[in-house]
Design a protein around this ligand. Structure first.
Ligand code: SAM
Length: 218
């Protein structure tokens, strides 16, 4: 089991990207949101994608286990914030960004009632197999009807490298989400040349996949 808090303490946060995610920029329109709407970023870390979303006029709601990660996010981005303690979370809040510091699995639908869209980068794939099922079921339970989700995954030969990030196949995405969401794949391509960690481990390929999910299957 991954010890996320120790990773933050030891600054072993190789997943953190110094640039905004390209797929978020490319596919933002597909989320069909308008400025003022709220976007949920589960397992958010200190992702700059939250800065991008707020600069595009959206409100952002994140959840992150590590206080260190949340504090770094606000401090490194020079955002003024206050902290309140509610429902077992420390809630860090700036003008447009609210991060629940605590366990994703204890968030509930009330916390996310304003959400219109979700951005999942390195969240589902951060979790081991059993937790992924729990994560997907919980997401289904807590986001409002009609919300759209931009989901990014990786697919690689799991026996060639241990996660995280874990390989999540198309069939797993289908089995996790197809009962409650309409979904379609947006892209899937081998990106091994841009993945030094995978190259170093001798992994044959790593596919970068994106999906659009829409809660509210007819
Ligand atoms: C691989 S990182 C991805 C962070 C972010 N999505 C990004 O793209 O930079 C996964 C993050 O999830 C957090 N995390 C893991 N389990 C969690 C949980 N149950 N509740 C909230 N955050 C969690 C970890 O502390 C870590 O920061």
């Amino acid at each position: 089991m991954t010890d996320w808090l120790a990773r933050w303490e030891n600054n072993k946060i190789g997943w953190h990207a110094d640039t905004v995610n390209r797929s978020l920029i490319d596919y933002l329109d597909l989320l069909e949101i308008t400025p003022g709407d709220s976007v949920f970023v589960p397992l958010c870390g200190k992702s700059l994608d939250m800065i991008y979303l707020s600069e595009m006029g959206y409100s952002v709601i994140g959840v992150e286990l590590s206080h260190l990660g949340v504090e770094q996010f606000f401090k490194h981005n020079n955002l003024q914030f206050n902290i309140i303690e509610t429902d077992g979370f420390s809630i860090y809040q700036s003008e447009r960004i609210k991060i629940y510091c605590g366990d994703y699995f204890t968030l509930n639908a009330k916390h996310l009632s304003s959400v219109s869209a979700v951005f999942d980068r390195a969240s589902l794939i951060a979790l081991e197999f059993d937790l992924r099922e729990k994560y997907a079921q919980h997401l289904t339970d807590i986001i409002p009807f009609d919300a759209r989700v931009l989901l990014l995954t990786l697919i690689y030969p799991q026996h060639q490298m241990s996660g995280p990030p874990y390989s999540v196949t198309h069939s797993e995405v289908e089995s996790l989400f197809s009962s409650a969401f309409r979904y379609r794949q947006l892209h899937c391509f081998n990106d091994i040349d841009n993945e030094p960690k995978f190259l170093r481990s001798g992994v044959d390929y790593v596919e970068n996949a994106a999906y659009l999910l829409h809660k509210g299957k007819e």
